[in-house]
Ligand binder design. Structure first.
Ligand SMILES: *Cc1c(COP(=O)(O)O)cnc(C)c1O
Length: 357
């Protein structure tokens, strides 16, 4: 029986990406040395860095005047690097969930943080739409996909100030107009590769404007000026990203995957909406294409653990919802095939037959 990994992160990757990475760990480019033991400054690894950077630029259509860098520390490190480099006086944040809160908490160490809107009172079941971004803010920070609550900002927002986006869980899942953003960051481990590296796309001209001293390693310029090689970069995760992005390019890039992602999400949301036993947790217009949250209807509560086991017997793994939402969360990242979603829908329908009154 085929097994499908619906984990929210680290999450499913294309099989060939980790197969190729495994090969390079055993024998990198026919050198008989492991990818893990060769110099990051050698020409073979330089080629990996260059290709990975170029793939990010090509797949997302990154315009001139932007740099792509790879850093460690996860997306969580960006919660402090962003304000360290960009916040002089005041920054605006849209509060759409747990990750947005964590980002705000760090920014408060550096200046005034204006929460322009929040959906906290509804347990983050929607993306706030009516708010004013202060024109004197240094930047406006959004979380484009809320991995835990299952909401997503489907359009590139207009912002009167520099727009900064945490795209950890939806980067490369759909086309974005990078020119609308000052800075985009994403931990690799949801859609781009293995854990251990964070992709940052930054518009060069927004940097160098704060008056504070920035520690060398936390300064974006350090990594830009040294081609992400100021210190030893996470070589294996970067190699894994390169393989994942090669796969994405081969299957038609971001436009093609967006079409697939919409089909997968529609299949599952249609079932959730049809089902007499399950229901969604978010307002339909803001539902995420990447993390699909659902619960049992109140009259069928109490079957969570049973359904998780039932699904596992049918090859469906890691669908337990985050504790702050409960129920189920199916993460349908780029590498999840539609067959996996179909298997989940089948399991939901079978389970319905078992329990429907
Ligand atoms: C997973 C996730 C993070 C945290 O990423 P780390 O790399 O573990 O620090 C931040 N933001 C979003 C939207 C996420 O999904």
């Amino acid at each position: 029986m085929e097994k499908f990994n619906f984990s929210p992160g680290p999450s499913i990757l294309p099989k060939e990406a980790f197969e190729e990475t495994a090969k390079a760990i055993l024998n990198f480019n026919g050198s008989s040395f492991s990818l893990m033991e060769v110099s990051h400054r050698g020409k073979d690894f330089q080629a990996v860095m260059d290709e990975t950077t170029d793939l990010v630029k090509e797949l997302l259509n990154v315009p001139a005047g932007y740099s792509v860098i790879f850093v460690g520390g996860g997306a969580s490190m960006q919660f402090c690097m962003v304000p360290f480099n960009l916040l002089e006086k005041k920054a605006a944040y849209l509060n759409t969930g747990t990750w947005a809160n964590k980002a705000m908490k760090e920014a408060k160490l550096f200046g005034e943080v204006v929460e322009v809107a929040s959906s906290k009172d509804s347990n983050y079941t929607f993306i706030p739409k009516d708010y004013k971004i202060p024109a004197d803010a240094d930047y406006f920070h959004i979380t484009t996909n809320n991995t835990i609550f299952g909401t997503e900002i489907h359009k590139d927002l207009e912002s009167p100030v520099t727009l900064v986006a945490d795209m950890s869980s939806d980067i490369f899942s759909r086309p974005v107009d990078v020119s609308k953003y000052g800075l985009i960051y994403a931990g690799a481990q949801k859609n781009a590769g293995p854990a251990g590296v964070t992709i940052v796309i930054v518009k060069d001209e927004i940097l160098g404007k704060v008056t504070r001293q920035i520690p060398t390693m936390l300064n974006y310029k350090t990594h830009m000026e040294n081609g992400s090689m100021f210190n030893t970069p996470p070589v294996v995760p970067i190699y894994g990203c390169m393989q994942t992005l090669r796969w994405l390019k081969k299957i038609g890039g971001v436009e093609a995957i967006y079409k697939r992602n919409k089909e997968k999400a529609a299949l599952l949301y249609n079932e959730i909406d049809r089902s007499p036993v399950f229901m969604g947790t978010c307002v339909p217009e803001d539902r995420s294409l990447m993390n699909i949250c659902f619960v049992f209807k109140p009259e069928y509560e109490g079957h969570d653990a049973e359904f998780i086991e039932f699904a596992k017997e049918r090859g469906i793994y890691s669908i337990k919802g985050h504790r702050s939402v409960g129920g189920f969360r199916a993460s349908t990242y780029n590498a999840m095939p539609i067959q996996g979603v179909q298997a989940l829908v089948n399991a939901m329908q079978e389970f319905e037959k078992k329990i429907a009154k």
